[in-house]
Ligand binder design. Structure first.
Ligand code: SF4
Ligand code: SF4
Ligand code: FES
Length: 255
């Protein structure tokens, strides 16, 4: 089936912009990214859009479709009523560069702030051993394609630009959780306290486990349940366990 679809696409740049109407042919089996490409090919060759794989794996084509953060290449036109006008806007939490392309460098900054994996001392590469259940647990987080839809959705930064300074966002708190749960990570032995960092430097306390990040993740990673809540529990165990507290006090006095 082919029909004339109605679209409103946000056009503009950092100075401002607005929704522009397009009427475009929609063919069976197409996704929203196909439509954006057809608009480029027919009426608006200067329409800016970021994409790479068209297979839901590169994480480039994130946008908001009818207000919902989604990958354009994984959003089938068949989920919409042909009579409906489809609105495509750039991700709201990041500054617009042009049209549907946003500046996502906030995420790169936050990525650099997370201390990387510390290999266990005395174990050669190729000799690492882990229980399968530990592998499975962190493997889920490795499915992340860095589309930053979760970062864009989280209310802590979506409407509060000022929080970007102190909040790493779900994707990078998940990364901290992944490393903290990693049985071979030796960060603590080298003086890096990931739990303290999560709380004091990466803003874990700002997360009030609303699960909005989980709802938009195209990889269906259970960000809140499997990363953020366990990380909060690990931080609380560390901070409020009476034995740990006592140990810290004694340690401090004897120094
Ligand atoms: S669960 Fe936490 S990180 Fe995820 S959207 Fe809600 S506040 Fe943000
Ligand atoms: S956790 Fe999911 S939503 Fe967030 S960046 Fe990774 S793939 Fe995208
Ligand atoms: S183009 Fe790669 S995820 Fe959409």
């Amino acid at each position: 089936m082919t029909y004339q679809g109605r679209f409103k696409v946000w056009r503009g740049d950092a100075e401002g912009g607005g929704l522009v109407d397009y009427e475009v042919d929609v063919h069976e089996g197409e996704v929203v990214l196909d439509i954006v490409h057809r608009i480029q090919a027919t009426t608006a060759p200067d329409l800016a859009v970021r994409w790479n794989c068209k297979a839901g794996k590169c994480g480039s084509c994130s946008a908001e479709i009818n207000g919902r953060p989604r990958l354009m290449c994984m959003t089938r036109m068949s989920v919409f009523d042909p009579a409906e006008t489809i609105t495509v806007t750039p991700m709201r939490a990041f500054p617009v560069l042009r049209d549907l392309v946003t500046d996502v460098s906030y995420n790169y900054t936050k990525a650099r702030e997370v201390p990387s994996f510390v290999p266990p001392p005395g174990v050669k590469a190729g000799e690492y051993r882990m229980m399968q259940e530990d592998v499975n647990r962190v493997q889920e987080f490795r499915k992340c394609i860095e589309c930053f839809l979760c970062q864009n959705t989280c209310h802590v930064v979506r409407d509060h630009e000022e929080n970007k300074q102190v909040f790493a966002g779900p994707r990078f708190l998940m990364r901290i959780a992944e490393l903290d749960m990693h049985p071979l990570d030796a960060a603590e032995e080298t003086g890096t306290d990931r739990k303290r960092g999560a709380r004091e430097e990466h803003g874990l306390g700002y997360c009030n486990i609303t699960k909005c990040c989980t709802e938009v993740c195209p990889e269906h990673i259970r960000i809140t349940d499997n990363a953020l809540i366990p990380l909060k529990e690990r931080v609380v165990d560390r901070s409020y366990d009476p034995l740990v507290w006592l140990g810290n006090r004694i340690g401090r006095r004897s120094r």
